[in-house]
Unconditional design. Structure first.
Length: 408
């Protein structure tokens, strides 16, 4: 009996001991988990304290790095790196880099012949530099802008417009006198010169002006024929640049009637006038061909633009000038003597209009008598025989007068 009681007491003691040990383990486990959670929370707190999470702080840090990087790249001797610097300056609107961009434009050595591969790289980088200057609202002194014209005609005219026509009138007049291929740039230069009206501009506008007349010879009782114009279109779009070069903005001139929708691009600049020139920007590989300028003005008639310039200089309304670049008349056939007399009268009327325009320009102080004598417009007359009852060839007009050309 005593042995049985002893065994039971030992069993109960062992049970209490196991329960006590289990409770202690549970308490120690709970303490360990709490300590682990505290440690993790402390670590996270320290990490958050070391890494800024404020977006303003992050963006400001990136902006500082971007500005420094763009400035360093613009100072590189590698053309491709400079192109990326201009790209970054424009992308991040780094207006504070405009002096550095302007310095690159002023230091650029313009080539008037075909470009070697290294020169082409420098050219392409300068396209990006000028794009950044224009898009950031910067400017380049007039003389430096004019110097860039040989390689960058569109950008040069945009920057000349910003420099002011008064200070750049000499450079603009040279462009207007010498540009015989790019009608868009010729017209833009003329529009800018209309603001300043410098000495020599009226003579330059008159130089080479031909008034073209169409004279129909018809039987009595017949009506006049109406001419029809023709239009055209140009394709747009530039290929993408090489993978290691940035895309750049190229600038092209479009006639005012075409507007920005002509290329489907945004308007970059407008050089206003009776015939405004709209410059559109197309992003892609740097373009040296200027293909779209030529295409946009391929049907343009400079004599019409001259008419508008001279009407403006003479303070005449564009819709009712003294001299028109294109005129027409109809002579009703009766006999040879009457035909020649009417033709002489038509020529004399045109010469009288020429004289009236010259007097207005001279009186306004925009033209000298010597300039008028040498730059007087020419008159080209095309005779169209519309007689239904032919009575032999039309007689030839003798002594049509100075500056008159007969075209049959």
């Amino acid at each position: 009996m005593n042995a049985v009681k002893l065994k039971n007491r030992m069993y109960r003691n062992n049970s209490r001991s196991r329960v006590s040990k289990h409770g202690m383990c549970a308490r120690f486990g709970m303490i360990a988990r709490v300590l682990l959670m505290v440690a993790v929370a402390t670590t996270c707190s320290n990490a958050l304290a070391q890494t800024p999470t404020d977006p303003a702080v992050t963006v400001q840090s990136q902006e500082k790095q971007s500005g420094s990087l763009a400035a360093a790249w613009l100072g590189s001797s590698d053309a491709r790196v400079r192109a990326w610097g201009a790209y970054l300056a424009l992308r991040d609107q780094r207006h504070e880099l405009l002096p550095q961009l302007r310095g690159l434009a002023e230091a650029y050595v313009v080539k008037d012949s075909s470009l070697s591969p290294p020169e082409r790289s420098n050219h392409d980088a300068m396209v990006g530099v000028l794009d950044a200057i224009i898009q950031l609202g910067g400017s380049v002194p007039g003389s430096e802008s004019a110097r860039l014209y040989l390689e960058f005609p569109a950008q040069s005219l945009i920057l000349l417009a910003r420099a002011g026509s008064q200070s750049s009138s000499g450079d603009l007049l040279n462009i207007f006198r010498l540009e015989d291929k790019r009608t868009g740039e010729w017209l833009a230069a003329g529009n800018l010169l209309m603001n300043a009206k410098p000495s020599g501009f009226a003579a330059a506008a008159l130089d080479g002006w031909t008034v073209r007349a169409t004279v129909q010879i018809k039987d009595k009782g017949t009506g006049s024929d109406r001419g029809m114009g023709q239009g055209g279109s140009c394709s747009s779009g530039l290929p993408s640049p090489p993978a290691d070069w940035p895309a750049v903005g190229n600038y092209y001139a479009a006639g005012g009637s075409m507007g920005s929708s002509y290329y489907g691009k945004g308007v970059a600049a407008v050089i206003g006038g009776t015939d405004p020139v709209i410059y559109v920007r197309s992003v892609g590989v740097a373009d040296t061909a200027g293909r779209y300028d030529v295409c946009a003005f391929r049907n343009a008639n400079r004599d019409v633009y001259r008419e508008h310039f001279l009407a403006g200089l003479a303070a005449e309304p564009a819709g009712n000038p003294t001299v028109r670049s294109s005129v027409s008349d109809t002579i009703m056939w009766q006999n040879s003597a009457q035909y020649l007399n009417d033709l002489h009268s038509f020529i004399n009327r045109q010469q009288g209009l020429f004289d009236a325009l010259g007097k207005k320009l001279i009186s306004a102080g925009l033209l000298t008598t010597e300039e008028w004598a040498s730059k007087r417009p020419s008159l080209e007359i095309r005779i169209t025989d519309k007689r239904s009852l032919k009575q032999g060839d039309l007689p030839v007009l003798q002594n049509a007068g100075r500056g008159v050309k007969m075209v049959n």
